[in-house]
Ligand binder design. Structure first.
Ligand SMILES: Cc1cc2nc3c(=O)[nH]c(=O)nc-3n(C[C@H](O)[C@H](O)[C@H](O)COP(=O)(O)O)c2cc1C
Length: 318
């Protein structure tokens, strides 16, 4: 009897585990990831001793280092992880999650947050050996209806979620440019504009990023707002391992007041640096606009919940 109960418990537990893994695999595919890619993100995000080396990722997933390396390259091309030389030993490559890959899991009542990690799933074996299993909450696909005519959900206010709230701050996507040693230098970033007299543009640049030093040295920067179809350009200029000058290869550009300006933009600005102020791990750089114009791309590219999105056409209400 004791043995029968033990085997029944194992049968139920294995059933629950398989079910949870199936749900997690389905979620991964709904998010556009292969299950192994999502498992990789989970390890890079959550394994002890982060940042991980490529061979540690391979060990933890029980796959070959070559396969781990290929998968990490694919994830990096999509902006979910970044590979960097270790600060302790430059020959060692470490992998870290990026802010695009590092999104908290979806939670109940928060559909389409752009999270890449799995929804919390539960599988509990109770005292009597019975197995309870389920998912705390299934994500709804982006754009899924809410059932409310205005697109909002009813019910009480949701619990505090600063990361989720911040992910919902929609931003423009720009290439901030400058010149370093006479060569063009550019990075994907956000810009803020103020129609004062004279007009100002503000950018926030990571203190450790090469761009901040280059902008300071040049005393000028360009800011090219990208058009809706320029997602590839945004990824190209966000790749950490790409030399900031090489990011321009194949991207048509010209100079305005010596600053590189992409030939295709939604709008562009060239600014003289006016000031800088620390902002956490970033530095706010303000620039007085010395030249600006609109570009040939009519619609802007927008970043929201970890994804590039486009403006939806306005619906006329009758
Ligand atoms: C949509 C998007 C917006 C970004 N915004 C900023 C930003 O405002 N400031 C920043 O320093 N990095 C931003 N980044 C990250 C940089 O593009 C990325 O870290 C880049 O590799 C830094 O390159 P650098 O070290 O050559 O400056 C953004 C990336 C993306 C995809």
């Amino acid at each position: 009897m004791g043995f029968d109960r033990y085997v029944s418990g194992i049968a139920e537990a294995r059933f629950a585990i398989r079910k949870v893994f199936r749900i997690v695999d389905i979620q991964a595919r709904e998010l556009g990831l292969e299950p192994l890619e999502q498992q990789t993100l989970i390890q890079v995000y959550g394994a002890p001793g982060r940042p991980l080396q490529v061979r540690t990722v391979a060990e933890r997933l029980d796959i070959s280092p070559a396969l781990a390396s290929r998968m990490l390259r694919r994830l990096e091309e999509r902006g979910f992880v970044r590979r960097r030389s270790s600060e302790r030993d430059r020959r060692v490559i470490e992998v870290a999650i990026t802010r695009t890959g590092h999104r908290p899991p979806h939670r109940c009542g928060r559909p389409g947050r752009g999270g890449l990690l799995p929804v919390p799933a539960t599988a509990t074996i109770q005292a009597d050996g019975a197995v309870g299993h389920g998912v705390l909450c299934r994500p709804r696909p982006l754009g899924g209806g809410t059932g409310h005519p205005d697109g909002h959900r009813g019910g009480p206010p949701m619990s505090p979620d600063p990361a989720g709230a911040l992910a919902r701050v929609a931003t423009n996507v720009a290439i901030v440019t400058t010149v370093a040693d006479g060569h063009p230098h550019g990075v994907t970033a956000n810009v803020w504009g103020e129609g004062t007299d004279p007009p100002f543009v503000l950018v926030t640049l990571r203190r450790t990023a090469s761009t901040l030093g280059a902008v300071r040295a040049a005393g000028r920067f360009g800011a090219c707002l990208l058009g809706a179809h320029q997602e590839e350009v945004a990824w190209r200029f966000a790749r950490p391992e790409a030399d900031p000058g090489q990011r321009f290869a194949g991207v048509a550009h010209h100079r305005v007041a010596d600053m590189p300006v992409l030939d295709v933009t939604h709008a562009w600005f060239v600014c003289e640096v006016e000031g800088a102020a620390p902002f956490g791990s970033y530095e706010i750089v303000t620039g007085r606009v010395v030249d600006a114009g609109t570009g040939s791309a009519d619609e802007p590219l927008i970043f929201h919940t970890g994804r590039f999105v486009h403006l939806a056409p306005r619906m006329e209400r009758s």
